[in-house]
Design a protein around this ligand. Structure first.
Ligand code: NAD
Ligand code: UDP
Length: 314
């Protein structure tokens, strides 16, 4: 049995990861400040004697003895990470330093949840790991994009300079149960709007693309990455390479919910990436990983979750 620390463990992805690691027979410590996560996501784990939840902010150092660390703490929805941009960059940068110092002292593996946002508004399409990106350093998304880029830099410098055993994955748009209904990201927004019979709000013309990965697939990828030997540092893209326009997503959500909602177009948001699709050759070769749940099936599971949740849908 390993003892594993998951920062951001009460968030959307973190809560699924905690559950999967417990199912494997590990002891899991979830560390979270509940900024965008919530206890509801981990309520079903609370009775497990091998699970522990700790309220802590990763911008402050934390001492604990563990065998592995997954560093997921950071708001991921543009609405939330832009609501306090200084805090967001602080979380990525100071959070990375504190977690890397902890890993250094313990000589344990540490995985960083990086993001496709390090590619910014990509000029190279689809995106391989070798692409350095096209990021605005002073825009409203920069607190997240540059914070995550700096965190990657810190991970590789701690690896080169202090021999820390790092793993860096770049996660592309992931969705599923445990997303907060007010999260603000596109999948939860569209599903909640459809279930409530409200207008589906597309920002801009809806021709911008994203490639959507279901949470269970992603969590398998995170664990596969952690299980590789020390020579595998990444970065490795994790995502579903099937690409959709936001308009196609809106139409699919309407079809699958049977909603009477109509699609409305709102002004485009600043610095919104126009296209995004991962090349996952590395994940396939090195991790023997690829997604198995396609958008239609994943959306149906997510719609069921939002219908069955305590959140009002009418
Ligand atoms: P989320 O917002 O649901 O989860 C983030 C968790 O981190 C929350 O529980 C939040 O309370 C916690 N947190 C935030 N700031 C913290 C701090 N200072 N100290 C301690 N805890 C803090 O988002 P998510 O989608 O589950 O994302 C998890 C991780 O994966 C994030 O690092 C995100 O950047 C990364 N990621 C997610 C996606 C995606 O599409 N979901 C894509 C790329 C990268
Ligand atoms: N989006 C939208 N309507 C919404 C929420 C998001 O059209 O209600 C668009 C957003 O402008 C972006 C895409 O959907 O082009 C994905 O947005 P999200 O916030 O989910 O994640 P991002 O990939 O931009 O970080």
């Amino acid at each position: 049995m390993k003892k594993i620390l998951v920062t951001g463990g009460a968030g959307f992805i973190g809560s699924h990861l905690c559950e999967a690691l417990l199912k494997q027979g590990n002891e899991v410590i979830c560390l979270d400040n509940y900024f965008t996560g919530n206890k509801q996501n981990i309520l079903h784990l609370m009775d497990n004697p091998y699970f522990e939840a700790i309220r802590h902010d990763v911008t402050m150092p934390y001492a604990i003895e563990v065998d592995e660390i997954y560093n997921l703490a950071c708001p991921a929805s543009p609405v939330h990470y832009q609501s306090d941009p200084i805090k967001t960059i602080n979380t990525s940068v100071m959070g990375a330093i504190n977690i890397l110092e902890l890993a250094k002292g313990l000589n344990c593996k540490v995985l960083q949840a990086s993001t496709s946002e390090v590619y910014g508004d990509p000029i190279i399409h689809p995106q391989p790991e070798e692409y350095w990106g096209n990021v605005n350093p002073i825009g409203i998304r920069s607190c997240y994009d540059e914070g995550k880029r700096c965190a990657e830099t810190l991970f590789f410098d701690y690896h080169r300079q202090k021999n820390v055993r790092i793993k860096v994955v770049r996660i592309f748009n992931t969705y599923g149960p445990h997303m907060h209904p007010n999260d603000g990201r596109v999948v939860s927004n569209f599903i909640m709007q459809a279930l409530q019979g409200k207008d589906i709000t597309i920002y801009g013309d809806g021709q911008q693309t994203r490639s959507f990965c279901y949470c269970d697939d992603l969590v398998r990828g995170l664990i596969a990455m952690m299980e590789t030997n020390d020579s595998v540092t990444g970065p490795i893209n994790l995502g579903n390479p099937n690409e959709f326009t936001i308009l196609q997503l809106a139409q699919l959500v309407i079809e699958l919910t049977g909603a009477a909602s109509k699609i409305v177009h709102l002004p485009a948001v600043s610095d919104d990436p126009t296209q995004r699709q991962p090349i996952i050759d590395k994940a396939q070769d090195v991790l023997h990983w690829e997604p198995t749940i396609q958008l239609r099936e994943g959306l149906l599971k997510t719609i069921e979750y939002f219908k069955g949740s305590c959140f009002p849908t009418n």
